[in-house]
Design a protein around this ligand. Sequence first.
Ligand SMILES: [Zn+2]
Length: 196
Amino acid sequence: MPELLDIPFIPALFSSSRGHGPVDMLVIHYTASPTLEDCIGLFRNPDHPVSCHYIIGLDGATVQMVFDHDCAWHCGVSRWGDRDRCNPSALGIEIVNWGQLQQHEHRFYCWPDDYTTPYEGVSPVFLDNAWWAPYTHKQTEQVVNLSRTLIESYRIPLHLIVRHSDIAPARKIDPGPAFPWENFKAQMRQTIHDRW
Ligand SMILES: [Zn+2]
């Protein structure tokens, strides 16, 4: 299977064979970390057996770390419809974003060290009764572009385009309410409608 996109490839330490099932699912995540470089380092850390196919940085710059035809380790314990393991059939996109923040006395903090790490990014947004790091326009634009390419290439149906929080609702909240999910799904619906 040729790679679809001319983007840099930096191999993750952990991945596995998919077996014989189809690649027909797309899972969207946030990294809960500050930069593209930080996330690349995480996926090259032998103490953290996790990985993902693609990472999109704050400026939209993208790297691939697991080949599409290999199984990346991004879903964890997960369930969607009648499948109880999503990794073997899924492609994953990680978006660099701190996720949920906490506010103490007019300052914002990120999750490391129990929310004592100062948040350095642009102004947080208040959604669903919590503060969140916003996604950049370049990120959401690149998520759409990359997802379109993957959806067209692998004929991924709309009901298998999901958030990590959809397939692991007891454990995960990413990509969170700051990601424009309904707008993204509408664009993917249009992509699928135009093609098939
Ligand atoms: Zn995730």
